[in-house]
Design a protein around this ligand. Structure first.
Ligand code: SF4
Ligand code: FES
Length: 252
């Protein structure tokens, strides 16, 4: 049987030597069950060692290998080449949108992308928190409230799926808000009111129009748009959103 070949058009960019990205074409032999990451590693190892890619686990756990494939943010290690419908055209591969680019396909995951800048992305118990400073049992209902938010692998795909007005309004992005949801909804955290106050500020939960495409992009089924809706409901229930609105109206 004739060997099957796949064309890839890869964005190449070194900010130190180039003004803008340029597309370069490659071709690989398609192996059985080959993923986009397999194809990129094969190019790097056999054709062009200067190609910068990032990966670690190769199993969908570490969140390191996100790229745009034909404009869609995906994990390269979880995307089978056979699933791509290109009509004979090369597969276009680019770094994740909405993140600065370090080089080629490596987006800059500055750790603050998950922390609202100066946020504290860990549980902060206070004297009233159950089991503060100690291990504590949570009821099943309290665990269920966290939903899939605990499964976030910090891959940034939901942020890369932000487009249009959402991308230009100074919006912090869904990934950081999923992190805040996961902490604010945890009964062991004593800073939930502070967290809600912070995400009611400019660039937070009200400066976006939650979009299903963010949910589609998430490889672990967290539904970031839904988590933002839940944060809005919690803010309104705690009368935080109302106060912020009054402040902003007074400033007009
Ligand atoms: S919410 Fe999903 S898409 Fe967004 S960073 Fe976490 S795992 Fe990735
Ligand atoms: S290499 Fe770890 S998620 Fe793809």
């Amino acid at each position: 049987m004739a060997e099957q070949r796949l064309g890839l058009q890869i964005s190449r960019y070194d900010p130190e030597t180039h003004d803008r990205p340029e597309a370069r074409n490659y071709e690989v032999a398609v192996g059985e069950s080959m993923t986009v990451l397999d194809a990129l590693v094969s190019i790097q190892q056999e054709q062009d060692s200067s190609l910068a890619i990032r990966y670690s686990c190769r199993g969908g756990f570490c969140g390191a290998c996100g790229v745009q494939v034909n404009g869609v943010p995906v994990l390269a290690c979880r995307t089978r080449v056979s699933s791509l419908d290109c009509n004979g055209s090369p597969v276009e591969i680019a770094p994740l949108q909405n993140h600065p680019v370090i080089r080629d396909l490596v987006a800059d995951f500055d750790p603050t992308f998950l922390t609202l800048g100066a946020g504290e992305p860990w549980i902060q118990p206070d004297a009233e928190s159950p089991g503060s400073g100690m291990d504590s049992d949570m009821t099943q209902e309290e665990v269920d409230r966290l939903g899939r938010s605990q499964a976030c692998i910090s891959c940034g795909l939901c942020d890369a799926a932000v487009t249009g007005a959402n991308a230009s309004a100074g919006f912090i992005g869904p990934a950081a808000l999923v992190r805040e949801f996961r902490l604010a909804a945890d009964v062991r955290d004593g800073s939930d009111r502070d967290r809600l106050e912070k995400i009611n500020d400019s660039g937070g939960i009200w400066d976006c129009d939650p979009d299903e495409s963010w949910d589609d992009a998430c490889p672990v089924g967290i539904d970031p748009a839904n988590k933002i809706e839940l944060l809005r409901e919690a803010s309104i229930a705690n009368k935080i959103a109302g106060r912020k609105r009054v402040e902003s109206e007074a400033a007009v």
